[in-house]
Design a binder for this molecule. Structure first.
Ligand SMILES: Nc1ncnc2c1ncn2[C@@H]1O[C@H](COP(=O)(O)OP(=O)(O)O)[C@@H](O)[C@H]1O
Ligand SMILES: O=C[C@H](O)COP(=O)(O)O
Length: 580
């Protein structure tokens, strides 16, 4: 997708950096050198500076804050900042205790950060530098002298380093902790598409990721990974493939960290910027499950979120940190998990209350027992007659699904027909099962439960309200009248409609399902004649063709509607089936 609101890359970077100082009052920004820094830092503690190309936000500037980075330097999109920028950044947060420079293992970063480091050393600065290389996608052979790329593990190094510095560790200790973390990190990504860099020509070409394929191990600058996969695999298969790349010790080309189920493992699932929160959440959940199912690894910490992106990259990455070892430095035992748990004011860090190691959920899910509160009917109904009537009704509704879908595609979002069909099929399954009962009160409640559990959207809600109230009405009327006949059904419908009125302002003339339901209930309550009532519903539905919608999505479509309201067609179909 090469559509952007802002196409000037330079403006993008600076304005994005400024946004961080807007949301975090402890930060300042040097716009000219594109440096975000924590201005209240303690000059007696080690400062941590990182940076790199823009386009990976929140990395790095959103990780600036007490307890994490002291400063971050941004280059242009996907390009390293200059050594002058880095030099300035180090100067900006110089400290008596020294500075640790963290960069990702990309040639531009290594050179520019390295040059700045050397220049700073000539001034006598106490300064160290580490380069993060956690990507396993490009194995040893292909990686050659360049080595592994830096991915989401970089953020973990930011955090453990910043926490150690905040705890007062000396520079050599902080650097050792950073190096230890780097040596225990493995990451891999998967992407469905390349990203477009704002301001650049459209980059679609014959090498672009095709619609039916994905790139396993794609880098965060559209770099190739280990292979293309087509067709796109099921997510479970893809995750298993990715976990194998991370954990398979038989793969000598990329077995970088030997992680066993006895280890303390931190899992980071990272959104590369373009996955919906919905889809990303599902992926993160599956990664956790498959890591445990296939490797017996239950992470002691799970981080999930958008931590290092590739602009709006349609993909995700998995990072594992082997956090088992404790480092004994400066007379203290340093735990990577404790350092990850330490608080920070950096707004980009997905802080959650640290759970005790290996804690388990203490609460069990409450279980609602089916219909234990239902009063037993004093009378039985003609079970087969009612079953057949319901079957006729549901089959009629199912037959109408295509036309309802057609109308809702025009007047709504096209899902009304399938919603109703799904509900009808579930009701059919119930009435044909041995759960179907001759107890009218229990039967009405079970129908309501089936509707509620199988229909969603507006229809699902309205039908569930109606049928739960209908069940309540059946219970009241059967106990009052000690019989089961059309008088009871009609009275229960009236009670149900009166309840529905409390949840929707829809009345006749508003172009909704109520244009069929209200005439039906009125006629049925008056004549107890389902055929007359079905006709009334049909007529009410026909009138919706010329109505102006006052409720539902049809309101947005405007006045040019000539089709009947899909919801009303649904109601009329149900009743028509009963009248057969
Ligand atoms: N406020 C409302 N009250 C009564 N019926 C409504 C209302 N809003 C929508 N409807 C009915 O719901 C139908 C659409 O159902 P459905 O597709 O489930 O809605 P949605 O797409 O909003 O979830 C409409 O045709 C109309 O008959
Ligand atoms: O954003 C990417 C890196 O930070 C820098 O990449 P580069 O080495 O191509 O300049």
């Amino acid at each position: 997708m090469d559509k952007h609101f802002i196409n000037n890359p330079e403006e993008l970077v600076v304005e994005s950096l400024k946004s961080l100082t807007a949301v975090n009052h402890t930060l300042s920004v040097n716009e000219h050198e594109k440096i975000v820094y924590y201005h209240d830092y303690d000059k007696k503690k080690v400062t941590i500076i990182s940076g790199g190309g823009a386009g990976h936000e929140p990395t790095h500037a959103a990780f600036v804050g007490k307890g994490m980075l002291t400063a971050a330097v941004s280059g242009s999109i996907f390009a390293s900042p200059s050594s002058k920028q880095v030099y300035t950044g180090i100067e900006q947060v110089k400290s008596d205790a020294g500075t640790l420079v963290i960069c990702k293992n990309y040639t531009g970063d290594i050179l520019h950060f390295g040059m700045a480091l050397e220049r700073q050393k000539t001034t006598g600065k106490n300064i160290e530098m580490v380069a993060v290389a956690d990507d396993v996608a490009v194995g040893r052979e292909k990686g050659g002298k360049v080595g592994r790329r830096g991915l989401a593990g970089t953020v973990i190094v930011h955090k453990v380093s910043g926490a150690a510095a905040e705890a007062g560790a000396g520079l050599q200790t902080v650097a050792a902790i950073a190096r230890h973390a780097i040596a225990n990190l493995v990451s891999i990504g998967a992407s469905l598409a390349h990203v477009h860099v704002p301001g650049r020509e459209d980059t679609d070409n014959e090498d672009s990721v095709k619609h039916n394929e994905l790139e396993l191990g794609m880098g965060i600058h559209n770099e190739p990974g280990c292979r293309r996969i087509s067709p796109i695999p099921k997510i479970d298969d893809l995750i298993c493939d990715m976990l194998k790349q991370l954990l398979d010790q038989n793969d000598k080309d990329r077995a970088y960290v030997n992680i066993q189920k006895s280890d303390e493992v931190v899992l980071l699932v990272n959104n590369l910027g373009g996955l919906s929160v919905l889809e990303f959440g599902a992926i993160a959940s599956k990664v956790k499950e498959l890591l445990e199912a296939n490797y017996g690894i239950k992470p002691v910490r799970i981080l999930a979120g958008t931590l290092i992106t590739s602009l709006n990259g349609l993909g995700f990455s998995i990072t594992l940190l082997r956090a088992t070892d404790r480092l004994n430095l400066e007379g203290k035992e340093w735990s990577l998990v404790d350092l990850l748990d330490a608080p920070t004011q950096a707004t980009g860090w997905p802080y959650t209350e640290p759970a005790p190691l290996n804690s388990v959920n203490k609460l069990s899910d409450v279980e609602i027992k089916d219909n234990t509160d239902v009063i037993k009917s004093p009378v039985a109904m003609n079970k087969e007659a009612v079953r057949n009537a319901i079957i006729n009704s549901m089959n009629t509704l199912i037959e109408q699904e295509p036309i309802i879908t057609k109308y809702d595609t025009i007047a709504g979002d096209g899902d009304c027909g399938t919603t109703l069909k799904r509900g009808a099929e579930a009701v059919l399954e119930y009435v044909k099962s041995d759960k179907f009962t001759d107890d009218p009160i229990l039967m009405a409640r079970q129908i309501a439960d089936v509707v509620e559990n199988n229909m969603d959207g507006t229809s699902g809600a309205l039908y569930a309200i109606f049928f739960h109230s209908f069940a309540k009405g059946v219970s009241e009327k059967v106990q009052e009248l000690k019989k089961v006949d059309t008088e009871v059904w009609a009275a229960a419908c009236r009670i149900a409609l009166d309840t529905l009125y409390r949840y929707t302002p829809a009345r006749v003339g508003d172009r909704t399902m109520c244009d069929a339901l209200i005439p039906f209930v009125d006629e049925y309550a008056k004549s107890h004649d389902v055929h007359k009532a079905a006709k009334a519903a049909e007529e009410g539905t026909e009138k919706t063709k010329t109505m102006k919608a006052k409720l539902g999505r049809a309101v947005y479509v405007g006045d040019e509607l000539t089709v009947p309201d899909p919801g009303a067609v649904g109601v009329a179909s149900i009743i028509k089936g009963f009248a057969k």
